[in-house]
Design a binder for this molecule. Structure first.
Ligand SMILES: [Zn+2]
Length: 583
């Protein structure tokens, strides 16, 4: 007996052994059980998804005298008659018979009633290949079919079928078969043929089948004739011609490492070996797709069906790359398919793609820029983490950070005398925030406190004895304390706060330690100033000139009169409250 291909030998004879397409099978079985058979069916979907097999089962099942759960029994006289060559189930390949004459012949044949069963079935494969006039001829038959006629059209390109035909057909969409179903199919076939195999080998075959049962079984066929004993994973890899898969993986590795030179060397090696550049781009894209699955999916093993070692290798590589960059790389290699088709030198297209992929910084599209932003964000986050580790910055950054860099080189060497006074707390943390210090020969901790303190105290020497930590000058305040009040008054006036401005002209104001103290003489004025809206206006105006806050005081003088107050207190302590003080 001549060798029969596995996919023919194991073609399902009933819906019970049909794999995948449960949504289609369920409806067809119901139609058979209820006897509600249509005149025209359209099976569409990718190749090898079971369209023709389903059509053949359906053609026999609707004729079977005693179908079993919607499948042909295989034993009745009709089933036996239809198992061999017969006149009731006819097939036509529209790819090679696409003329009007072919359709007319088909029309004539279907007019004759069936010989064995109840229906005469015409299965037209690749129906989208029919010419326009052939479709028109077919349409006539579809409009008024004889009662016994059933057409089953199969196509991989449903969009090429005229609307007039589509509207007269019951349409079924066949999906790609999942890899785990293909794994079961292939292991089942190997079990039945007595072929021993490694599970990884079967997984590789199913993966290569890419959703097509016919492809998976064809590959299984090749593999089982290739290996004498147990079929191994490596056998399958060799049969599939995937020996250069390692090179492709290496190429992706180099691309991720942005090593354009090494990547181009690999492209050269593959091109010299006769590899088609368009196929190489597809292989690289497939590899990148695997990496994206590894880095995004929770269960990549269930999606990729790869041996463990290979899966962990890919996962490790994927982890080295931003998911966003992987998407960008994938886009680079998938978007080239048209370029390859029309390119005079496909190798140049490939090399350009590789160089673009290796150098996001020489690329100005949004994705490339995004990749660069991600890198910058990472570096920024690392820098921030580094800075937050230093307690000094965390505690007093508002004083030191803005003033220091400019002050450090000038101030520090001038007053070496003050060193012992330096606060010990600040010493250990000063160096990291003082990048401007290199010209100084001294050990870092010593000049550092100087640099911190100088700008704080120098511009306002009167503040020095005070313990208040707030700066009196420097860059923390846009306007120095001495000029604050004048600026506040001017701003109140120019901003149209005439009432407030008028009363402000009549009060005493003093700025100490970043606080603008407004002293009013009577309660009415005090209420006026502390009214929510007025106080808010004052606070905002003051704050617009720096880090100033506002305080309203009734009666007593601010710190400007501290000495006087101290004297008064002293007098009071001697003479008691009976003492009256006049302004
Ligand atoms: Zn039967």
């Amino acid at each position: 007996m001549a060798y029969l291909a596995l996919y023919r030998r194991f073609r399902p004879m009933g819906f019970d052994t049909f794999i995948g397409q449960e949504h289609v099978v369920k409806i067809l079985k119901n139609q058979i059980k209820t006897g509600k058979i249509g005149h025209a069916y359209l099976f569409c979907g990718a190749r090898g998804t079971g369209k023709t097999s389903a059509a053949k089962i359906f053609a026999r099942a609707i004729n079977c005298l005693s179908p079993v759960d919607g499948s042909p029994c295989g034993e009745c006289e009709v089933c036996r008659a239809l198992a061999g060559p017969n006149m009731d189930v006819l097939e036509m390949d529209a790819a090679s018979n696409n003329s009007v004459d072919d359709v007319r012949e088909m029309r004539d044949k279907i007019m004759y009633p069936p010989v064995n069963g109840k229906y005469k079935v015409y299965i037209v494969d690749e129906v989208h290949m029919l010419s326009a006039s052939a479709f028109n001829a077919l349409l006539k038959t579809l409009e008024e079919p004889p009662a016994h006629a059933v057409f089953i059209f199969a196509t991989t390109e449903v969009h090429k079928i005229p609307q007039t035909i589509l509207s007269r057909c019951m349409r079924f969409d066949f999906k790609l078969i999942s890899t785990d179903k293909l794994v079961r199919l292939v292991s089942d076939v190997f079990d039945k043929t007595g072929k021993s195999y490694e599970p990884a080998a079967v997984a590789a075959i199913a993966r290569a089948g890419a959703g097509s049962a016919r492809d998976a079984l064809s590959i299984a066929d090749m593999c089982s004739s290739y290996s004498e004993g147990t079929l191994t994973y490596n056998d399958v890899i060799e049969v599939l011609g995937s020996a250069d898969r390692r090179t492709v993986f290496g190429l992706v590795q180099k691309i991720i490492d942005s090593d354009a030179g090494a990547a181009l060397t690999l492209v050269d090696a593959l091109a010299s070996g006769g590899k088609n550049m368009a196929v190489l781009a597809e292989d690289v894209a497939a590899e990148l797709r695997d990496l994206i699955v590894c880095v995004t999916a929770k269960n990549p093993e269930k999606i990729l069906f790869l041996p463990e070692a290979e899966l962990s290798e890919k996962t490790a590589l994927a982890a080295r790359c931003e998911p966003h960059r992987l998407l960008r790389l994938l886009d680079i290699f998938t978007s080239q398919s048209n370029a390859f088709r029309f390119a005079a030198h496909p190798r140049i297209v490939m090399e350009t793609a590789v160089i673009r992929a290796c150098n996001p910084d020489k690329d100005y599209d949004a994705d490339a820029l995004m990749s660069r932003v991600v890198v910058l964000e990472r570096e920024l986050a690392a820098l921030r983490a580094e800075i937050q580790k230093t307690p000094y910055i965390a505690q007093e950054s508002h004083i030191s950070t803005p003033t220091e860099p400019s002050a450090a080189p000038v101030q520090a060497p001038v007053q070496p005398v003050a060193q012992p006074v330096a606060q010990p707390v600040q010493q250990p943390v000063a160096p990291p925030v003082q990048p401007a210090a290199p010209p100084q020969p001294q050990p870092a901790p010593q000049p550092a406190p100087q640099a911190v303190q100088q700008p704080v105290y120098q511009p306002a020497p009167q503040a020095a004895p005070q313990p208040a930590p707030r700066p009196q000058g420097g860059e923390a305040y846009a306007v120095p304390p001495s000029k604050l009040w004048g600026n506040v008054l001017r701003k109140l006036r120019t901003n149209g706060n005439a009432v407030l401005w008028t009363v402000c002209c009549d009060v005493r104001a003093d700025v100490q330690s970043g606080t603008l103290t407004i002293t009013v003489d009577d309660e009415a004025e005090y209420k006026m100033f502390t009214r929510e809206d007025h106080f808010k206006t004052l606070s905002e105006t003051a704050a617009s000139f720096g880090n100033y806050t506002v305080k309203i005081v009734l009666g007593s003088a601010p710190q400007e009169n501290a000495e006087l107050n101290r004297d008064i207190d002293e007098l009071k302590s001697v003479f008691g409250d009976a003492l009256e003080i006049k302004d």
